[in-house]
Design a protein around this ligand. Structure first.
Ligand code: 5GP
Length: 358
């Protein structure tokens, strides 16, 4: 497991509110319990439970969103989540979150995202490059990073999520916000939320607009069987898809032809039973076909996992060695949404590290 921690890693599918530490959620719940907003004893066991169906996961998100509804908490969880990924040796993180409006406390989608940005600025465990300043990762710094003489550095970029419960107008508002925040590290749009809610056609105008404006797009695709939607999503040709669990032969063919990279979230798929057992996970087939893949966590808090555990799980379940796992991490650089300068820096980080532990 330790070598999985020490590989530099790229995380491309992590939901902010799904990645909160249990200890933080319990603390927030206790405070709201004391204020009489919730009954702590009713929610404690819901927070610490590990095995959840897909349906239960979305009920948990409704609870989490009650616990994290103010700006200060959004800032705190952002800082903690980024620091947790840094401690796993993640060198590039694409963190996604759904901008939220809460009129009762004067929260707009914009001010929610400003609270997220505040959280990025508050990180002190590592130097965070979140795209609003010129890259500080020159070669000297990278050498220092590799020989352990400098503070660790990490790139963080943001994706704004459209929740499937939202209307076309709300989705469009999120895309416009992403465009306004492009200089602040926002690189793309994600479509997520309960996969049995909402229609693809509702989000299509906003997603088309996002693409026309140059934003990159990733879609949660095929978490439940829905042939028509999966086909439409693949026809849209997003830059990446997440999960890709309930595909049939025709969709696999289409995916492989398109070479759309897949964000693989092993523990999430097993816990939610979208895949019945790890040995029949589509990772194997896609890996053998050399299809573009990236290992991700989805929700480290909700599924009690970490990116190093996902690497360890893949290595042990599919019989992959250190070399293969290192290459998997290194190849993920190709699928990030940040610009070529960042890609180049990351490639150099992998090149510099390679010799030291393969
Ligand atoms: P947030 O966007 O509030 O920071 O993170 C939590 C949200 O991410 C959830 O409310 C849900 O919309 C989305 N999400 C997290 N995990 C999953 C998942 O496994 N599948 C889907 N479809 N959406 C998810």
């Amino acid at each position: 497991m330790e070598w999985c921690v020490s590989i530099p890693k790229i995380e491309l599918h992590a939901h902010l509110n799904g990645s909160i530490r249990d200890s933080t959620l319990l603390e927030l719940a206790r405070v709201l319990g004391e204020k009489g907003v919730i009954a702590f004893s009713d929610v404690e066991h819901v927070i610490v439970k590990d095995d959840r169906s897909l349906h239960e996961v979305f009920k948990l998100f409704d609870l989490i969103h009650i616990l994290t509804s103010d700006h200060a908490t959004v800032t705190r969880i952002t800082q903690e989540v980024v620091e947790d990924f840094a401690s796993e040796n993640v060198v590039y993180l694409e963190l996604r979150t759904t901008p939220k409006r809460n009129e009762s406390i004067g929260m707009s989608k914009r001010s929610y995202m400003e609270a997220v940005m505040e959280g990025l600025r508050a990180v002190n465990a590592v130097d965070v490059d979140f795209g609003c300043q010129k890259s500080t990762m020159n070669n000297k710094n990278m050498n220092d990073v590799c020989n352990g003489t400098a503070r660790k550095k990490m790139y963080v970029r943001l994706l704004l999520s459209i929740d499937r419960r939202e209307t076309t107008e709300a989705a469009m508002e999120t895309v416009k916000l992403a465009l306004e925040m492009r200089d602040l590290g926002v690189v793309g749009i994600d479509l997520s939320g309960n996969p049995i809610v909402g229609e693809w056609t509702t989000f299509l105008p906003a997603l088309r607009f996002a693409r026309d404006q140059g934003l990159q797009i990733t879609l949660h695709c095929g978490e439940v069987p829905n042939k028509k939607e999966i086909q439409s999503m693949l026809d849209f040709q997003p830059q990446r898809v997440g999960h890709a669990c309930c595909f049939e032969e025709e969709e696999w063919r289409k995916l492989k032809l398109s070479k759309i990279p897949v964000e693989i979230c092993l523990t999430s798929n097993i816990r939610t039973e979208t895949i019945s057992s790890i040995d029949i996970h589509h990772f194997v087939d896609l890996y053998k076909a050399q299809h573009p893949l990236v290992l991700c966590t989805d929700d480290t808090g909700v599924f009690a996992t970490s990116i190093s555990r996902e690497y360890h799980l893949a290595a042990s379940a599919f019989g992959l060695g250190r070399r293969e796992m290192f290459d998997l991490a290194k190849n993920s650089v190709e699928f990030i949404f940040a610009d070529d300068g960042v890609k180049q820096d990351l490639k150099e980080i992998f090149d510099l590290t390679e010799g030291s532990w393969i």
